[in-house]
Design a protein around this ligand. Structure first.
Ligand SMILES: [Zn+2]
Ligand SMILES: [Zn+2]
Length: 159
């Protein structure tokens, strides 16, 4: 959604945001529609953005390959200005066109925030390397003896 900021930059006021958009599957696979709420507050020619993006991701656990859902709520907070005249401006977003594409801004913040690693739970036990059973569901009974690399090499030779 593109929001015009002309009024907010010109006069103090608040614009409430409450909308939903569907992210591009290529950017973020398995994502539900993203619900964006919050406000844009204009004050002395500066617009303070305090938004929250809420959504659910359908993921596959890296360890046990089980699909699971993960709810996220990510703050999207920025300070928008029409010109940069301060030296310390890392936090500021320059808006020259008097409008801003919220979808784009929300997506770039989300992609920076989301973890690269996907685990269905912190202590996921993964799959048994021998029988493939999901060890979160219980022990499979396979004997887990530590593999001696020398014996392993010998066994490969004998095979
Ligand atoms: Zn898992
Ligand atoms: Zn097993």
């Amino acid at each position: 959604m593109v929001v015009g900021l002309k009024t907010l930059f010109a006069e103090d006021g608040v614009r409430h945001v409450d909308y939903t958009f569907t992210p591009d599957e290529a950017l973020l696979a398995g994502c539900s529609p993203i619900h964006v709420t919050g406000k844009l507050q204009g004050k002395s020619s500066i617009v303070y953005m305090t938004l929250t993006a809420a959504f659910t991701l359908s993921l596959l656990c890296d360890r046990c390959m089980t699909s699971y859902k993960e709810a996220h709520s990510v703050p999207v907070e920025h300070v928008l200005v029409t010109s940069l005249n301060r030296e310390d401006n890392d936090e500021l977003i320059l808006v020259e066109s008097q409008e801003i594409d919220l979808d784009e801004l929300v997506m770039s913040d989300l992609l920076l925030t989301l973890p690269m690693k996907h685990l269905c739970r912190e202590d996921c036990k993964g799959l048994c390397a021998q029988c493939g059973k999901n060890l979160n569901e219980g022990d499979c009974g396979c004997k887990k003896k530590p593999v001696d690399p020398r014996l392993e090499a010998l066994r490969k030779l004998l095979d």
